[in-house]
Design a protein around this ligand. Structure first.
Ligand code: ZN
Ligand code: ZN
Ligand code: ZN
Length: 376
């Protein structure tokens, strides 16, 4: 896929328009998903300041440490036609940003509020507070969320590609799992497979065997997997495109324990109901409720202890969150997980997770591995 499809040059203007519409003076984007979304530049997060300054009016510029200039010039940001402003080791890059923004703001030099990249380091946001003492600081996400939530066809394709890659890993998991191995040993094999399937990084590997399956974000331990235990496997990584995968399946080493099959069936119906609820105009909280109602009706409500899902894109967890209280209506292009779970403390647990893209017709899953309990 061409980076010009995934990171179109037009994003800069769209972000600028959104900045003006929000009444902000400028966005200040340091390395991370906001900067990558707007420019395509996957800059290293360093203590030396790299920052795209995007004023609501006027020309954007990229302040960059001189030693990072070649990397910036070889990045997709070079297609944007913006000025690169290199700074030397003895200069103050925050003062450079402030002086240029002040100049752009005209007489008086007041910038108004600035939107800081959501993942800007505190050491940088505090330096900006000193350099721009008159400027209120808000999150750039308040401006960019509307753009980032609505995935373009190229972004949807990148999520499908990530989905196929993590599906290929789940297909290998039965070969890694057997009684007598530790979660960590299985996790190492899975991490290798995540890279071999085309991801550039492993973001997380959750292998929750037996009672560890009742802790939703349990990662890996030296616990030895026993015969007859369900194992929750939740895995994901980032593709070279920048887009992320995230999928959960449940495996059982031999026959499942008493009572497990009953609630697993409830969980599968709940996940299906939430996926079926997805369509434009339906609220995020209605999708959450669709899963929760099935689980509560069967008496397992108190064991479903987290929201139903999260948005996904350049970050594994981003907006929109599929949670009670979020009335945001779904729109075509929204991409998010549907991952209800049932967790019986001290015993075992289960979660089934797919990533969906909202289309005009409904929810399109990007994960296609069987959702039935897999006996290995
Ligand atoms: Zn999670
Ligand atoms: Zn997950
Ligand atoms: Zn997830």
């Amino acid at each position: 896929m061409e980076s010009s499809d995934l990171y179109p040059v037009s994003r800069l203007a769209a972000a600028q328009e959104a900045t003006a519409a929000a009444g902000l003076g400028a966005l200040l984007l340091t390395p991370g998903p906001d900067l990558r979304y707007v420019t395509g530049y996957e800059a290293l997060p360093l203590e030396r300041l790299t920052c795209l300054a995007l004023p609501a009016e006027g020309e954007a510029f990229l302040v960059v440490p001189r030693l990072e200039l070649p990397a910036a010039e070889h990045s997709p940001a070079s297609r944007l036609g913006i000025e690169f402003v290199p700074w030397d080791e003895t200069e103050d890059p925050y003062a450079i940003v402030a002086a240029r923004l002040g100049g752009a703001a005209g007489a008086g030099g007041r910038v108004g509020a600035v939107g800081l990249a959501d993942r800007m380091w505190a050491m940088q946001s505090l330096r900006f507070r000193d350099a721009l003492p008159g400027a209120d600081q808000v999150l750039a996400g308040t401006v960019l969320r509307g753009l980032r939530m609505r995935k373009s066809p190229a972004e949807a394709a990148a999520l499908r590609e990530a989905g196929a890659a993590i599906d290929a890993v789940h297909a290998q998991v039965p070969g890694f799992l057997r009684a007598g191995r530790t979660e960590r040993e299985v996790g190492r094999d899975i991490a290798e497979a995540i890279i071999a399937a085309g991801h550039s990084t492993v973001d997380f590997v959750i292998v929750g065997s037996g009672p560890n399956g009742a802790s939703p974000h349990h990662e890996l331990s030296d616990r030895v997997i026993q015969a007859g235990e369900p194992v929750v496997v939740d895995i994901g990584g980032q593709m070279p495109s920048g887009y992320c995968s995230d999928s959960t399946r449940v495996y059982c080493v031999g026959e499942p324990p008493a009572g497990f099959a009953k609630y697993y069936d409830v969980l599968q119906r709940a996940q299906e109901a939430a996926c079926e609820a997805v369509r434009p105009g339906v609220s995020c909280e209605a999708v959450d409720a669709a899963a929760r109602e099935v689980i509560a009706a069967e008496g397992y409500g108190e064991y479903f202890i987290h929201r139903t899902g999260h948005g996904i894109g350049l970050e594994t967890h981003e907006e929109p969150y599929i949670v009670a209280g979020n009335a945001e209506p779904l729109a075509p292009g929204f991409a998010f997980s549907v991952e209800p779970g049932i967790y019986l403390p001290g015993a075992h647990g289960a979660r089934i997770e797919d990533i969906l893209i909202c289309t005009e017709e409904g929810g399109e899953r990007v994960n296609h591995r069987p959702r039935e309990l897999v006996i290995v």
